[in-house]
Design a protein around this ligand. Structure first.
Ligand code: ATP
Length: 435
């Protein structure tokens, strides 16, 4: 079934509420490059933190890494990106638009019906140069995936952490691809973030761990609130597999623009470690105590996009409801992901005692997560604003609060309101957030 959420409405909400903006908008923008606004950065950080917690903190067999974007150019020769990381592109002879050949249904221009040129290979890596003296610089690439930073550090991490197989290395960071097809907000960006684990195993155990990670990654999205029916697994056909992969499953999300890849889980075998060992001349092996032999581990790679996950969480949580004959737009984001946990309002902003108490309540709650104080509109509008960004609790200070020292707490999903003593508010909200 199609996802009924309207992408135009999600895009307009993103702009209106400070979630996602077009990069350099005042100059007309740059294609497929995006900025995250005050609410978007919270959401994206929460997605990354949830992933990091699930794997680096909750498991004892995974270590973290933050490798550089710029790497030795030989890295990309070894990985195969210099020769293979390319799209076949065709140009329309009439309107001059450019397309990816594999995305065309017919051999004519989808925009104007004109004839197309022969296809040409176009490498997706961005090139820049390193060196301070002009003319003496060397070409260097912006990484198109974070994975290679993990492979080249394999021995460093093995020696410093003393891990035994199976173990993993996790990394979140920016990647860059000079993508041709655009559209659908951040789904396909030229600058984006990946969250990747390279999980090293003995060659005999690859199937078992591959199956484990496919299920684990699917469950991760479901546990953070994505509806099961909007997710599916798709196994790659043999002729579709990347040059390094023995098998690959995509986790796809039912976006309003069609089922599309959120994440790939691949069995990369020992391809990368062997390639880097060969080209660098450094041994990249693991000493197996049981057999007294050096082995080159296989690697299972769950590789997800932070921006695509964030977009899927946004779309899946987008709800329009009718409340008292009025439309309510609400992002029903999982509590771990909600950008703002609590918003505090004074019911009457012309009563200094109420304003002062509300500001005190907001300050008291601050520190661990994003708390907002707002008095710039009527209470109804303030609620609507917060619903639209998925704020979990709205706290109101009213005239009665001055007497009984209690505040009204409204729950985003049920809209139920209860009165809680201002002194107990922080512990009560923290309890609800941790439940
Ligand atoms: P696609 O087929 O959509 O181009 P891919 O198969 O090339 O994606 P991978 O190389 O497997 O993607 O990258 C792993 C993950 O990184 C993807 O599942 C996706 O979530 C994310 N990703 C890749 N390219 C982009 C991009 N241009 N913009 C946003 N996220 C991306």
């Amino acid at each position: 079934m199609e996802n009924a959420v309207d992408m135009k409405k999600v895009a307009s909400l993103c702009k209106r509420r400070g979630i996602i903006f077009q990069s350099s908008e005042i100059y007309g923008g740059v294609g497929s490059i995006w900025d995250y606004g005050p609410i978007g950065v919270e959401l994206k950080n929460n997605v990354k933190a949830a992933w990091w917690r699930s794997y680096v903190y909750n498991r004892n067999d995974i270590e973290g890494l933050d490798a550089s974007i710029l790497m030795h150019p030989k890295t990309w020769e070894a990985s195969g990106h210099v020769t293979s990381f390319a799209d076949l592109l065709v140009d329309c002879k009439e309107c001059k638009k450019r397309f990816r050949e594999d995305q065309l249904k017919k051999k004519v221009c989808p925009e104007c019906g004109g004839g197309l040129t022969q296809s040409r290979r176009f490498n997706l890596m961005f090139k820049t140069s390193i060196g301070s003296v002009e003319g003496e610089s060397t070409d260097i690439y912006l990484r198109p995936e974070t994975a290679q930073g993990i492979f080249v550090n394999f021995v460093n991490i093995l020696n410093s952490s003393r891990k035994k197989l199976p173990f993993g290395i996790a990394q979140i960071g920016k990647s860059f691809r000079n993508e041709i097809t655009a559209g659908n907000l951040t789904f396909r960006s030229r600058e984006f973030e990946q969250m990747e684990i390279e999980y090293f195993v003995t060659p005999e155990e690859d199937k078992r761990w591959y199956d484990f990670w496919v299920k684990e990654r699917l469950d991760w999205y479901i546990n953070l609130g994505i509806r099961r029916e909007n997710l599916r697994l798709r196994e790659h056909e043999k002729d579709e597999l990347a040059h390094y992969a023995k098998s690959c499953h995509d986790i796809e999300y039912n976006f309003p623009f069609g089922w599309s890849e959120l994440e790939g889980i691949a069995n990369r075998t020992d391809f990368d470690l062997r390639q880097h060992a060969r080209i660098s001349g450094t041994e990249l092996v693991y000493f197996d105590d049981a057999t007294n032999k050096n082995i080159t581990p296989y690697v299972i790679e769950p590789s997800g996009g932070v921006d695509r996950a964030t977009l899927a969480f946004l779309v899946d949580s987008y709800n329009e409801e009718k409340v008292k004959n009025e439309k309510r737009v609400v992002l029903k984001l999982h509590k771990e992901l909600a950008p703002v946990k609590v918003a505090v309002f004074p019911l009457l902003k012309n009563r200094p005692e109420i304003v002062e108490m509300a500001k005190r309540v907001a300050k008291d709650l601050s520190g661990k997560y994003k708390v907002v104080y707002d008095d710039t509109a009527s209470i109804g509008r303030l609620y609507r604003r917060q619903d639209e960004i998925g704020t979990l609790y709205c706290v109101t200070v009213d005239v009665q609060s001055l007497d009984d020292k209690k505040v009204t707490v409204r729950d985003r999903d049920t809209m139920a309101q209860d009165r809680i003593s201002a002194d107990l508010l922080k512990s009560e909200i923290n309890k609800r957030l941790e439940e």
